[in-house]
Every structure is written in structure tokens, then in C-alpha cells.
Ligand binder design. Structure first.
Ligand SMILES: Cc1ncc(COP(=O)(O)O)c(C=O)c1O
Ligand SMILES: N[C@H](C=O)CCC(=O)O
Length: 432
């Protein structure tokens, strides 16, 4: 594979950008080799600066549910740009998208737009604290909620990949207000709540974790958390930055039938543009300024171009809910193909999947929390990643991420992925 142009760009990039990238996981540090510089994308594919073509299983870390360059979204952006890039004043599109979000996700009675998932979770947390008058929060080991200080404790995603789940720079004062528990362990949460009686403002989680690889909630887990929150006056926050409008029209909360108090949303509601949002019960949301006392603001929040892209995307999803079944079928086809290869090669790796999210862990243990995710052989994952890349399949460059399937991946592309997976596993097995 020729990647001279990407290599040259990476070497230039390192002179001006820390580590040569604008988000750590992109640097390929966990998998080895040089990162690829991407020039364009269309449908299921991305093209790098050296004109190599890849089936994209990152899909911009989630938002490209409809694949790259969806015409409806692109057209909405073109039209918005013709009107303005930004006003810093209210617009009709903000009202329309807010109304649509509350329709698609009924637990969200009111919603505030921000510019990223990080902003959404930081703001939701401040709101939960302001609303309850309490300081402490509970998050789960291996869950990632962006890079806000309160969340860089036992964090997944890039923080886990870089081996810095607890980042320097977070003050002891902040860290002590973040309590952590293992995912899928209700007893651990109950113990924390009992030991910190009346001091917990919020429990925040990814209802399906995507940032330690794909990890599903066990039967009754989300309902159990709902119950603990109800009994203790704690605000339950579902971070649906990855799962909202991806796992179903109404997100993971619809799929599992559990209603959080607040929900955080991100990249998906911008159709790929930089957007985030937090919303939930009107009673809580009315604590946000200027309706209430909890301050939160943003010059570019509700940006008209981003709102137009998001509105086009959500409108499409709302009107085409049949895509969720087809995404699930494609993902199941890939999982079944992978399992067949594992059987043929007598390998016992673990595959977790739901809807259009899927991960393979290089471990024979079931993966249900961060500790079990960490039993995966990450060095082997690195070799697997490189093998897949050489065969034109671009996976997230870390074991602690999820692959995202888009509607642009049809059965024949899914079969290409399955074939590449088989070849690479066979090669790794022979080479072992
Ligand atoms: C579940 C979750 N929450 C929050 C974030 C933070 O979003 P952003 O990277 O847009 O700040 C991410 C992704 O990075 C995420 O996956
Ligand atoms: N897992 C993260 C987002 O969902 C990865 C994106 C990033 O950190 O750049």
C-alpha cells in the first residue's frame, strides 16, 4: 500500500500540531504505523491523499449513519451556506430541530444546542448539580463522555487507548467529586449511593457503551439504575452521543424502554457537522439560563449550517425508520460471518454487537465491563487492524472503540469485510 503523501503530511503536521493530530486516537499510536490523511469520502468509502480506497467502519465516529455525502444533507448545507455561515441570533431551524428531537425522543421535553458532545455532557452535569444542589456524580469505568475535567476519570476511548484514563491537569478537587463503578454492576452503584447518602447529583452512562469497544447493558441494568435514581433523588443522564438516533429512532432509551431525566446528544444531530445538545425533563431544563439560574452559553450554538445538516439528517431518519432493521441486518450478517471464520480457524474471540454497533475483542472472555474489555490482546488487535487496512477496510484504530455500520454498506460490501476479516485472522493464526 502506497501512503507516501500521508506520511509526508504527518511529518509536517507534527511540526505544528501536538502529535500531528487534532484528536489523539487518530494518530494510530495504539495500532502502529502512520495515520492516513483523508481527502474525500462517498457512500461506504473514504479515499486518502494517496488515492487508496477504504470501506469506512469509523463513519466519523458515529454520525454518518447514512454513509458519506448523503445528497439530502449536502443539499441542506449548500442552501444554508447561501443564507449565512452564522448569525449569533435565533433562527427558525433551531426551533424546527428542537421540536423534531423532542418528537423523536419523548424524554427530551426541552433541548439546548451546543457545539460538541463534550460541551453537552459538561453542561448536563452542571445542570444536574444546579438542580439537585449536590456535588458528586457517578460515572462508569471505560465510559467516555468527552474531555470535560469531571469525566477524565477512568475514561474510555482515546484516554484508555493512550493509557491515561485519569488525565493530569484535572484537579484533586474535581476528581474527588467523580465516583466510579464498573459497568453492569448495580450493587457497586448502590454501595456508592449508600456511602454518599444525599450527595450524588447524577449518574451518567453510555446506555450502550461504545468507548471501551461495544459493551451492552445486561438485562435489567438500565432499569435498575433508573430505580436507584428514583429512590435517591439522583438525575439519571444517558449519554447518547453515539447511540441517539443510531440504535433506533428514539435512541438506546427507546430500544431498552428506560427514560432518563437528561440525555446528551452529539455529532449525529449535526449529520457530521460539529454539534451537541442536552435535553430532558422540562422541570430540569428550565433551570438553564435565561429560564433559570444555571449558566451555559455559546456564540456558535445553534449554528444555521449545522442545524440545517442536522435537521435534514433527523428528518430523513424520522421518515425512514425501516433503515434501523436494515442496519441491524447488515451488522448481524457481519457478526455471523466473523463467527463462522472464528469457528473455522478454531479461534475464540468475543463479538459484541447491537443495532449498527459492533466490536471484536481478542479475548475468549465475555466482555461486559472495562476490566473484561481489557483482557483483549491489544497487540494482536494492532496487527489485525493493519491487516484489515491493507485489505481496504478502515477500522477504528483502537480496541477500545466500536465499529459503526452505515446504510451505505450493502450485503456485498459486508461480504468484502467478512472476507478481509477471514484472511487477516488466518494470516495472524498462521503467523502465531
Ligand atoms: C458517548 C460520548 N460522549 C461524549 C463524547 C464527546 O463528544 P465530542 O468528541 O464531540 O466532544 C463522545 C465522543 O467523543 C462519546 O462517544
Ligand atoms: N470514541 C471517540 C468518540 O466517540 C473517538 C473520537 C475522538 O476522540 O476523536
Amino acid at each position: 500500500m502506497k501512503i507516501e503523501k500521508s506520511r509526508a503530511l504527518f511529518s509536517e503536521a507534527q511540526k505544528y500540531i501536538p502529535g500531528g493530530v487534532n484528536s489523539p486516537v487518530r494518530a494510530f499510536k495504539a495500532v502502529g504505523g502512520d495515520p492516513l490523511f483523508i481527502k474525500s469520502s462517498k457512500g461506504a468509502y473514504m479515499f486518502d491523499e494517496d488515492d487508496n480506497k477504504y470501506i469506512d467502519l469509523i463513519n466519523s465516529w458515529g454520525p454518518m449513519i447514512l454513509g458519506h455525502g448523503h445528497e439530502g444533507i449536502a443539499q441542506a448545507v449548500r442552501e444554508a451556506v447561501d443564507h449565512s455561515l452564522s448569525f449569533g441570533a435565533p433562527t427558525r431551524k433551531e426551533v424546527e430541530i428542537a421540536e423534531l428531537i423532542t418528537h423523536m425522543m419523548p424524554s427530551v421535553e426541552k433541548v439546548r444546542m451546543v457545539n460538541s458532545g463534550t460541551e453537552a455532557t459538561m453542561s448536563a452535569l452542571r445542570l444536574a448539580r444546579g438542580f439537585t444542589g449536590r456535588d458528586k456524580i457517578i460515572k462508569f469505568e471505560g465510559c467516555y463522555h468527552g474531555h470535560g475535567d469531571s469525566f477524565l476519570i477512568a475514561a474510555g476511548s482515546g484516554a484508555a487507548t493512550m493509557g491515561i484514563p485519569n488525565s493530569p491537569g484535572v484537579t484533586k478537587g474535581t476528581a474527588q467529586d467523580t465516583l466510579t463503578a464498573p459497568f453492569n454492576n448495580l450493587k457497586a452503584v448502590q454501595d456508592l449511593v449508600d456511602r454518599n447518602n444525599g450527595n450524588i447529583a447524577a449518574i451518567i452512562l453510555e446506555p450502550v457503551a461504545g468507548n471501551m469497544g461495544c459493551v451492552l447493558p445486561q438485562e435489567g441494568y438500565l432499569l435498575g439504575l433508573r430505580d436507584i435514581c428514583d429512590k435517591n433523588g439522583i438525575v439519571l443522564i444517558f449519554d447518547e452521543v453515539m447511540t441517539g438516533f443510531r440504535l433506533s429512532k428514539g435512541g438506546a432509551q427507546e430500544l431498552f424502554g428506560v427514560r432518563p431525566d437528561l440525555t446528551t446528544l452529539g455529532k449525529i444531530i449535526g449529520g457530521g457537522m460539529p454539534v451537541g445538545a442536552y435535553g430532558g425533563k422540562a422541570e430540569i431544563m428550565d433551570f438553564v439560563s435565561p429560564a433559570g439560574p444555571v449558566y451555559q452559553a455559546g456564540t456558535l450554538s445553534g449554528n444555521p449550517v449545522a442545524m440545517s445538516a442536522g435537521l435534514a439528517m433527523l428528518t430523513y431518519l424520522n421518515e425512514h425508520s425501516e433503515i434501523y432493521k436494515s442496519l441491524q441486518d447488515t451488522t448481524s450478517r457481519i457478526a455471523a460471518g466473523y463467527r463462522l471464520s472464528l469457528d473455522k480457524l478454531d479461534l475464540k474471540y468475543t463479538i459484541n454487537h447491537i443495532g449498527s454497533m459492533i466490536s471484536m475483542f481478542f479475548t475468549d472472555q465475555p466482555v461486559f465491563d472495562f476490566d473484561s474489555a481489557k483482557t483483549s490482546n491489544t497487540e494482536l488487535f494492532g496487527r489485525y487492524f493493519r491487516g484489515m487496512l491493507e485489505r481496504g477496510v478502515y477500522l477504528p484504530p483502537s480496541q477500545f472503540e466500536t465499529y459503526f455500520i452505515s446504510t451505505a454498506i450493502d450485503n456485498s460490501i459486508a461480504d468484502e469485510i467478512i472476507r478481509a476479516n477471514h484472511e487477516v485472522l488466518e494470516e495472524l493464526t498462521v503467523g502465531a
